[in-house]
Design a protein around this ligand. Structure first.
Ligand code: AMP
Ligand code: MN
Ligand code: ZN
Length: 868
């Protein structure tokens, strides 16, 4: 903004002209000023101080991030920013330039705003030039003066405020390092749950079910209930809540489509050799950006008619604790769709209708993460997945990446430059849209090709192809597991580092690790953004004495580290207070063990002697440690990572007895040496990491855990695992008995909750209708559907109701799926039942609706119903 000053000719010209105009026009030109000169002087002074002030603002990037982490600063900046934008728009409007700088709703990106400013500067400076020329006696008025905003952009008077370097270059840079992306989390309807509790599926309605969804998910009351809501004393409320939670634990952590996936069989036709159907060139393929509920509903209906479509996701994990699904690409044989999974996050569950339909193949490439992300953010599940990555493996291709498949089958070269782009950016730049669609566009064709090859490979036998489907099913059976912080999480990371730390360093590492985890969850940032591991290592190795030393360990300094440097300093101090001991003592493993080779004692790092007195070192000999000896990892062996045990160099099983040290006995303090006392403090600072596995009577709950609701729940879920098998079986028996008795009751409830969930969907559709303002026709269509009060059974429903005798009766083992064909299905009746290209028959497995029809159970008939 300061560059006009550098343009000497313009400035001197400006001064000349103003001094000339001085005498005649001073009154109108600059009211409040003695003359034009005074006005110009004042103006320049104002510009200069504004420039100075803006230059001394925190630099974009880390410094700015740091300041912005203070709400006061952020608010001030925002209000000042708004003022400035308002001022700028006024100036631009005054000059007749296009200006919608403050129009937030249009989501004009920074780039677009910047362009507007550049254009306006061009216009204004051009006008100044014309006026100066005029004043100089050069007449340019013969040239037509174009209306403002239509000025030809060829006059590059203001090239100074264009971005440096070639445009495409700077743009690529911006795309990959976008620093100005608004946090999408802010507009999520349902806030992100970073609490230290296990993930519970988001699903609340289960289309294509052969086994209905557990009441835990369909009944909002059960789900939302908290101990505080119970009208009894707190301690009792906790107990009741724990017990109620326990009742649902099995359902809470089950895969909602486990039953359907266990009983999934690949439709016969898909195991015979296909004739690959060539993809349409990208340039001739329609691509739709889906960011409204109405379009999403329409997309779902389109997908429900197909026999296959391809799916991919784009993800962001730097500025979020758990990660965010930013985009979903869907390609049919005809069209590409880019779904804004940020905008439609709470609505995407609608696609479960197509995603869990066993008659529709969902083609993914390398679906492992996608399956997690779909569950975590969108409540989506996949039944009938075909993973082309698994196909590539089965075919033994040279490489198994998507680029390779594209090269191999489609002779398409891809540019993976955008893979790590910041996919939160909105509006999505065209290049990124193009990149995103190539991830799915060719997949349906590749799906054909690999199927044909898998059959050829196996001399026409479907075994190999079937194995790919099985592997894909295993992937779709994956359950998302939330990262859980436990007292020993830091050790896992520490072990990977392959560095040996002394007790002080290890303590620092443990404290920093806990600080980082807590803050990252709280601020919804990744641990990598909060404090990268290599910086955490450096701090814990160096144990800086001053806060400044912590800053010095980090380059660049993470904003949250800068903000909380004093807290961090206290943690490091706390660690420094630990007696300096060999780290081996931390996990005693002497008695009853055969160590292959005594690990080298490298626990005293080069920095250490400064931190410990000679006498301390002297007293800290291993033999003197007041530690009971024992074995590591005994009962919970199967829970432990094998590699973990290997790294300890152990050959025998062991058990931690560290925590059995009788800390309660008031000790004859005098009889202990300084070192022994210090060692005692260490022991006290440790907690049995296996406390959650102990019988509840003697559970030792740490102070932290007491205040951490989440850890309690975590314990419950863990404790459930520990119930003796016997007890579990007894309970199961009792449950089964009770279930048999309450079958009738359950049916009623299921029906009711299903009706409720249907009503939820109706509300969503109403929302869609609402959102379709301006499109009256569409609105009418949706609204009329919602408003359909008379049940209008679909062809499908009629069919299944017409000939129920033909179907084998549903198995009676444990429960009866309720025949919802009898029930009132307003919402989904009469939609998407056309036969698309005769690909599917209306009575085959292609039948689908959001109901559990009798017809649906035929898939289950071939199998046994599950033992519950
Ligand atoms: P893709 O399936 O290749 O489209 O990748 C999906 C998402 O995974 C991307 O949006 C990235 O967030 C993430 N991702 C893919 N490849 C990498 C990689 N090499 N390193 C880190 N993240 C990756
Ligand atoms: Mn992918
Ligand atoms: Zn992708």
């Amino acid at each position: 903004m300061d560059s006009p000053k550098s343009n000497d000719s313009t400035n001197s010209g400006l001064r000349d002209s103003t001094s000339k105009a001085n005498d005649e026009e001073q009154d109108e030109l600059c009211p409040g000023f003695r003359n034009a000169d005074a006005f110009v002087k004042y103006g320049l002074g104002a510009v200069l101080s504004a420039t100075k002030a803006s230059a001394s603002l925190p630099q974009t990037g880390d410094e700015d991030d740091f300041y912005r982490s203070f709400p006061g600063f952020r608010e001030f900046c925002e209000s000042q920013g708004d003022k400035l934008l308002h001022c700028m728009s006024q100036i631009m409007q005054h000059h007749g330039c296009r200006s919608h700088l403050r129009d937030q709703s249009k989501l004009t990106g920074l780039e677009e705003r910047f362009d507007l400013v550049v254009d306006s500067n061009d216009v204004i400076l051009e006008r100044v030039g014309i006026l100066l020329d005029e004043a100089d006696g050069v007449n340019r008025t013969q040239q037509p003066v174009l209306p403002a905003g239509f000025q030809p952009p060829k006059i590059v008077v203001s090239s100074w405020n264009r971005m440096v370097g070639s445009r495409s270059r700077s743009e690529t840079f911006r795309l990959l390092h976008a620093k100005n992306v608004a946090r999408p989390q802010l507009k999520f309807k349902e806030k992100v749950d970073n609490s230290n509790t296990p993930f519970i599926p988001k699903i609340f309605i289960k289309p294509n079910a052969t086994k209905p969804l557990s009441s835990y998910f369909t009944n909002k009351q059960i789900r939302k209930q908290r101990p505080e809501d119970l009208d009894v004393p707190a301690a009792l409320a906790d107990l009741i809540h724990q017990q109620r939670t326990q009742e649902h634990v099995e359902d809470m952590f089950a895969h909602p489509y486990q039953y359907e996936l266990d009983h999934f069989t690949v439709p016969e036709g898909l195991l015979s050799k296909p004739e690959p159907q060539m993809y349409k060139p990208i340039s001739k393929t329609k691509c739709s950006f889906i960011d409204s509920l109405e379009d999403l509903v329409a997309l779902n209906e389109k997908l429900c008619k197909l026999s296959e479509f391809a799916v991919d996701l784009e993800h962001h994990n730097y500025r979020s604790f758990l990660g965010l699904t930013c985009l979903m690409q869907i390609s049919t044989r005809e069209e590409d769709f880019i779904v804004d999974t940020i905008e439609l996050r709470s609505e995407l569950y609608i696609l479960n209708e197509a995603f869990t339909d066993p008659a529709i193949v969902k083609v993914f490439h390398g679906a492992d993460s996608d399956i997690d992300w779909l569950q975590r953010d969108l409540g989506l599940y996949v039944v009938n997945l075909f993973d082309t990555h698994q196909a590539s493996r089965a075919l033994n291709l040279a490489r198994h990446s998507l680029d390779h498949l594209l090269k191999h089958f489609c002779t398409v070269d891809t540019d993976k430059r955008y893979q790590l782009a910041d996919w939160r950016i909105r509006p999505l730049p065209e290049e990124m849209v193009q990149y995103a669609r190539t991830d799915t566009h060719y997949l349906p064709y590749i799906y054909d090709c690999v199927r044909a090859q898998l059959l050829d490979f196996n001399h026409g036998q479907p075994g190999l192809l079937q194995s790919v489907w099985n592997k894909s099913r295993d992937i779709s059976l994956k359950k998302y597991v939330k990262p859980i912080f436990t007292e020993e999480s830091y050790l896992e990371l520490q072990r990977k580092q392959k560095r040996s730390l002394n007790t002080q360093q290890l303590t620092a590492f443990r404290l920093l690790f806990a600080w980082r985890d807590k803050l990252a969850r709280q601020e919804d940032e990744s641990t990598g953004f909060t404090l990268p591991t290599h910086m955490m290592n450096k701090i814990s190795e160096e144990l800086p004495r001053e806060p400044q030393g912590i800053i010095a360990c980090c380059n660049p300094v993470p904003p949250l580290v800068r903000q909380q440097v004093n807290e961090l300093h206290l943690l490091v101090q706390q660690a420094r207070e630990m007696p300096l001991l060999k780290a081996e003592i931390v996990v005693p493993m002497t008695k009853g063990l055969t160590t292959i080779k005594k690990p080298e004692v490298t626990m005293f790092g080069p920095h250490d002697t400064s931190r410990v007195s000679e006498s301390d070192l002297h007293h800290c000999s291993r033999d003197e440690m007041p530690v009971k000896q024992g074995m590591l990892f005994s009962e919970d062996e199967e829970e432990m990572d094998v590699s973990v045990r290997n790294t300890s160099g152990l050959v025998a099983t062991a058990k931690i007895t560290q925590f059995e040290v009788d800390l309660e006995t008031p000790n004859d303090q005098d009889s202990h040496s300084v070192a022994q006392m210090k060692a005692r403090r260490i022991i006290e600072s440790f907690e049995n990491p296996f406390r959650m596995y102990l019988p509840s009577s003697g559970v030792h709950i740490s102070k932290n855990a007491k205040f951490d609701q989440s850890s309690k729940i975590y314990e419950i879920s863990k404790r459930w695992k520990l119930q003796s098998i016997e007890q579990q079986q007894k309970e199961l028996e009792a449950k089964r008995e009770a279930k048999r008795k309450s079958k009738e009751e359950e049916r009623k409830q299921a029906k009711q909750s299903y009706q409720e969930s249907l009503q939820d969907v109706a509300t969503v559709r109403q929302q869609a209708a609402e959102s379709a303002k301006g499109d009256v026709k569409k609105r009418e269509r949706v609204a009329s559907e919602v408003g359909e009060l008379t049940p209008k059974p679909s062809k499908k429903l009629l069919k299944s109701a017409e000939k129920p005798e033909k179907k084998e009766p549903p198995p009676q083992d444990d429960f009866n799926p309720f025949d919802y064909s009898q029930s009132d299905l307003k919402v989904f009746a009469g939609r998407h039942h056309k036969n698309a290209k005769g690909q599917k028959s209306s009575s085959g497995p292609g039948n689908r609706s959001m109901s559990y029809m009798a017809g649906k159970s035929e898939r289950g008939v071939r199998q046994n119903w599950p033992k519950r």
